[in-house]
Design a protein around this ligand. Structure first.
Ligand code: SAM
Ligand code: DTB
Ligand code: SF4
Length: 325
């Protein structure tokens, strides 16, 4: 079930300036939160959290050099490369995720871009997951318009492809594909009528200006992404990004979420990777800043996520509804 949306005539802007983002982010905290909550309540049920589940359908051995990622073949993270897994295993895992409370199932492959023969198998997986009554999302790297058309034909709901960071910081993190190539893929996806899931990562050594630059980039895409995942870097060993980079402190993270909510008022903002490092209180603060989606399940792709019981308990104590309860 999708997070409920009300009709609202609140303007959706795609001409944000960095100075405006900085001004929002820098508001006195209670004013920032009040504004985020007002915007949120005009567009969403404030007490509902969307629950998505992830599966790595092809792990590791990726030719890209994303400096945060355990799956890049450029680094020695200890993650074992696998082949594309079987459709029946994917469907069985999706059914378990549904039984555990997920409404969306996101299948991720460690590719620069898919080969056409792989896409046949992916399309088959998407049809199978859809037949379980779940929303479908895939993240396969860069796509051509022809590949997007095939995904659209089988009724794919969402495509995830992140900008990852600000335009200025991008080259410090990834050199094997450009930001423009990512934006081109997002355009093909949007043109085919598939919903866009696009966000990024914080905690990779970037500045506050970079984090806000990433939000401005997202909010000024030709349409706002339908889903905006905000990932806190999940530590993996052996990659260029390391834990000396430092995570944003809790209030800075809540400020960022609230700023994303105000700038992209109709987008679902997902508190994605990195919840394993957050206290219940910080997650509650991020829900008050109006993040309204999470990944559930004990693992994400190669890293850990909070256990189901902890998530269910937290949402119960907060009186929030979700697929979990
Ligand atoms: N290979 C495809 C691609 O990059 O487009 C899809 C999978 S990739 C793992 C999807 C996204 O996960 C990345 O763009 C990045 O934002 C996020 N991600 C990867 N590793 C992460 C980590 N260690 N911590 C937080 N987010 C991460
Ligand atoms: C996204 O923005 N976050 C998810 C999903 N899109 C594919 C991936 C998070 C990966 C975290 C690191 C790992 O588990 O390897
Ligand atoms: Fe490959 Fe995606 Fe990891 Fe980059 S983020 S190395 S493209 S799996």
């Amino acid at each position: 079930m999708e997070v409920h949306r009300n009709d609202s005539s609140a303007p959706v802007r795609s001409n944000w300036e960095r100075t405006e983002a900085k001004a929002l982010y820098s508001l006195p905290f209670t004013n920032l939160m009040f504004q985020a909550q007002s915007v949120h309540r005009a567009n969403f049920d404030p007490n509902r959290i969307e629950t998505a589940s992830l599966l790595s359908i092809k792990t590791g051995g990726c030719p890209e050099d994303c400096g945060y990622c355990s799956q890049s073949a450029h680094y020695n993270s200890g993650v074992k490369a696998t082949r594309l897994i079987d459709r029946d295993d994917v469907i069985a895992t999706a059914q378990r995720a549904k039984d555990a409370g997920a409404t969306r199932f996101c299948m991720a492959a460690a590719w620069r871009s898919p080969k056409d023969r792989d896409l046949d198998r992916i399309c088959d997986m998407i049809s199978g997951v859809k037949s379980l009554g779940m929303e479908t999302c895939v993240t396969l790297g860069m796509l051509t318009p022809d590949q997007v058309a095939r995904l659209s034909e089988v009724g794919l709901d969402f495509y995830n492809h992140n900008v990852d960071t600000s335009p200025e910081y991008y080259d410090k993190i990834i050199t094997t594909r450009t930001l423009q190539e990512r934006i081109d893929t997002l355009g093909h996806v949007r043109d085919a009528g598939i919903k866009v899931c696009c966000g990024g990562i914080v905690g990779m050594g970037e500045s506050v200006e970079d984090r806000l630059g990433m939000l401005v980039l997202l909010a000024n895409l030709s349409s706002h992404p339908d889903s905006v995942p905000i990932n806190l870097w999940n530590e993996v060993k052996g990659v260029p990004v390391n834990d000396t980079a430092g995570r944003p402190e809790p209030i800075a993270l809540a400020r960022l979420v609230a700023t994303a909510r105000i700038m992209m008022p109709k987008s679902v903002v997902r508190l994605s990777a990195g919840r394993q490092y957050m206290t219940d209180e910080l997650q509650a603060l991020c829900f008050l800043a109006e993040a309204n989606s999470i990944f559930i399940g004990d693992v994400l792709l190669t890293t850990n996520n909070p256990q189901r019981d902890r998530d269910a308990g937290l949402l119960h104590r907060l009186g929030m509804t979700s697929g979990l309860a």
